[in-house]
Design a protein around this ligand. Sequence first.
Ligand SMILES: NC(=O)c1ccc[n+]([C@@H]2O[C@H](COP(=O)([O-])OP(=O)(O)OC[C@H]3O[C@@H](n4cnc5c(N)ncnc54)[C@H](OP(=O)(O)O)[C@@H]3O)[C@@H](O)[C@H]2O)c1
Length: 368
Amino acid sequence: MTYGVSSATKKAPPHGERERKNMYAAQEIRSTVRPAAATASATKMQAIVHRQYGTPDVLHVEEIDRPVPGDEDVLVRVHAAGANIGDHHVVTGRPYLIRLSPYGGLPRPKNLVPGATFAGRVEAVGAKVTTLRKGDEVFGQADNGAFAEYLVIPAKMVAPKPKNLTFEEAAAVPWGATALMGLRAGGVVAGQKVLIIGAAGGVGTWAVQIAKALGAHVTAVCSSRSIEMVRGIGADEVIDYTKEDFAAGGARFDVILDMVGDRTIADCQRALLPKGAYVSSAGGGGDWIGPFLRLGALLLKSLFTKQKLKSFIMTPDRNNLVALTELVEAGKAKPVIERTYPLREAGAALTHVGEGHARGQTVIKIAT
Ligand SMILES: NC(=O)c1ccc[n+]([C@@H]2O[C@H](COP(=O)([O-])OP(=O)(O)OC[C@H]3O[C@@H](n4cnc5c(N)ncnc54)[C@H](OP(=O)(O)O)[C@@H]3O)[C@@H](O)[C@H]2O)c1
């Protein structure tokens, strides 16, 4: 398989730029409407709106104007969206640092409609878009706006939907990009021993399958209820964290990909080979700066060891979507969808993922 072209360090397009194009802030809708598109902007849609930070029950359905695509954008009829922990951070505004980012806003959320990963059909294309046309089935990850019947996104950020997946399944594929970036940051190659902590979650289920597709020997860490599931997606060995401690068993791994982050870095280093790589994709760090605390500690500790200690921030990249599609269409990986909610229950979906015990991916079904 190929990893796709980008590396974990590839510079993503500035979020601010994409943000300007993802036009749900009221002023921006006004400033980007072109005369030819004025009719479309009058068309309404059902959407989940986010006017204040709080628990996901602050979310509700409203009828609002459809967004209008700019010259390089596409308007997508959204059939399904993913509900993940990142969306939970956006809706709650925690860690607070997110409020200073393009995903947040002060004193209140600046993006009216939350939601990032989606799958749907192209409804209209901007004047300069030549790669997509009305009716194309696509999927991708937007900065916001996916919890709605229609979404605007730059054409260069979407990819053709995997042919063998439904829209609901395709909306769960972009989680795989985080797993891909994490395994890439660890430099996983065939024959290596890889430990996946949090293997049963939305990212972890992809990580197990992608590491297997790369030819690694995979040990999955999960709770008792998920043992069969992670075996079913290819894990060679399973550690039930409620009964065993991966750091105490004496096993040593080439790469550890950590999606939980509840163990000290020293514990994780004990389970690594002397030149192994530990990659943290985890949150944690409390309500203020979140994962940046662990990132700082990893940077500091990495100065004093031959082990590689890393963290990364997932940045949406179409090349990753294409790489995941190759895997899915080759039958080497598939989404593991635990629950599906209707659009009006998006808040309940986010409450579920926010509890930290989701298995596989959680999807919001928007259209049939
Ligand atoms: N770096 C990035 O840019 C990036 C991007 C996306 C996500 N993330 C982070 O990646 C992490 C995982 O995201 P996700 O969407 O996969 O979360 P998730 O779907 O909520 O999955 C978390 C999983 O971890 C399991 N778990 C809890 N405690 C565990 C432990 N001690 N050992 C092993 N497994 C444990 C849970 O299962 P049980 O309840 O059964 O134990 C659950 O299945 C989050 O911290 C998220 O913030 C980072």
